[in-house]
Design a protein around this ligand. Structure first.
Ligand code: ASC
Length: 150
């Protein structure tokens, strides 16, 4: 019994001593988390963008649902960019961590544009949606230009 408790205590101490970040057990989990959130966001944004560009038939109900999911999931990736997650299976440039304020501004901007996109889909007007899709796409692109490796 004593041996087992000592082992468990040691395991707890080790996991406290080397936290990957406040919310994830290891840096790889944080990276997987942010990539997953960005992927789900992109799939939903991409669907609305495909409707706006005529690559997919416009279904107003699906547009609202997709934009709503993109808006919500778009709030999630940032928790996965903790201080010790700058190395791993990722295109994220190290400049994110040396320029965090700028990165955070881009993230905020994208969240704002995604909220506007949801509002635009609720009008049911494809021209209004197109404007919001372009603004959201620009927000994605400007951050990628600075902070994502090619
Ligand atoms: C997408 C996607 C991006 C943005 C960007 C817009 O669907 O994956 O990175 O839109 O291409 O310019």
């Amino acid at each position: 019994m004593k041996k087992i408790s000592a082992f468990l205590l040691a395991a707890v101490v080790v996991s406290i001593a080397i936290p990957a970040s406040a919310q994830f057990a290891k840096a790889d989990d944080a990276i997987k988390y942010r990539k997953s959130a960005l992927f789900v966001m992109q799939q939903n944004f991409g669907r609305v963008a495909a409707m706006a560009t005529g690559k997919m038939p416009f279904d107003p109900k699906v547009a609202v649902e997709s934009a709503t999911v993109a808006e919500f999931v778009g709030k999630l990736p940032w928790a996965g960019f903790g201080p010790d997650t700058d190395m791993g299976d990722s295109k994220a440039k190290v400049e994110i961590w040396s320029n965090k304020a700028k990165f955070d501004d881009y993230a905020k901007k994208m969240e704002v544009e995604l909220a506007k996109l949801t509002a635009a889909t609720k009008t049911g007007n494809l021209d209004t949606i197109k404007v919001a899709v372009n603004a959201t796409g620009s927000a994605c692109k400007s951050c990628h230009d600075d902070f994502r490796a090619k």
